[in-house]
Design a binder for this molecule. Structure first.
Ligand SMILES: [Fe+2]
Ligand SMILES: [Fe+2]
Length: 228
């Protein structure tokens, strides 16, 4: 990690914003500052700060890496449900919260110049957030426990409803992709704007993978196993 402007660091590593917030380092208004100066001004020891930052970014990278591990196909229904809850439900709840906070910040800061885009993004994202948070609870409290006990008829209808929810989330995401030009911030977007769109992109990739695992691995495994 070399010395560079905070704004360029945030652009390359959007998750560094979470770390900087925790350390009370201003990467937005102070985005033109050099990293080393900001570390010194905030009173941290440079070596320790940098190694902590690197570990944080590495963890974030691993946590939100969007790939399907082929071994998932061999898991039991119980193991799959546990995996989905412990990774996607947990990570997406965190990301929904983080993006929501950042989106409110840029809505206020850039309202004048990007009113139309930001109001639309805010509205679509709020719908997506509400729908997903309810959907996760429905799965965790209602449907997944039934899948694990291999209940039959009532669950088939419930699975179809969950698949409908996935489709509705996909439509909201499509709207977000259109209005944000596939999560490309405007030229005059501040570092928080850049980080918000980058995190939204990571969230969306995680959602797609999550939906794939449920629609294409978990639900078929249940349906075939239960011989419905
Ligand atoms: Fe889920
Ligand atoms: Fe789901």
């Amino acid at each position: 990690m070399t010395d560079r402007k905070l704004s360029s660091l945030v652009k390359e590593f959007p998750f560094s914003t979470i770390f900087f917030n925790e350390k009370h380092i201003d990467y937005c208004c102070g985005g033109e500052h050099m990293l080393y100066d900001s570390i010194a001004e905030a009173g941290y020891e440079r070596g320790a700060f940098l190694s902590e930052l690197e570990t944080f970014l590495e963890d974030a990278q691993n946590k939100y890496k969007a790939t399907v591990d082929p071994s998932l196909y061999d898991l039991s229904i119980d193991e799959l449900v546990e995996h989905i809850e412990a990774t996607h439900h947990l990570n997406e709840r965190n990301l929904l919260q983080e993006v929501d906070t950042k989106l409110n910040t840029i809505l206020r800061a850039h309202y004048k110049n990007h009113k139309e885009e930001l109001l639309r993004v805010h509205s679509l994202f709020s719908d997506l957030r509400k729908e997903l948070l309810q959907h996760f609870v429905e799965e965790e409290e209602e449907v997944f426990p039934l899948l694990r006990r291999k209940a039959t008829n009532p669950t088939k209808k419930m699975i179809e409803l969950l698949e409908d929810d996935h489709e509705a989330a996909g439509a909201l995401i499509k709207g977000l992709q259109e209005v944000t030009r596939s999560f490309t911030p405007p030229e005059d977007g501040c570092p928080t704007y850049v980080a918000t769109y980058a995190m939204m992109k990571t969230l969306v990739e995680d959602i797609f993978l999550h939906i794939f695992k449920e629609n294409s691995i978990l639900f078929p495994k249940y349906t075939e196993g239960a011989k419905l």
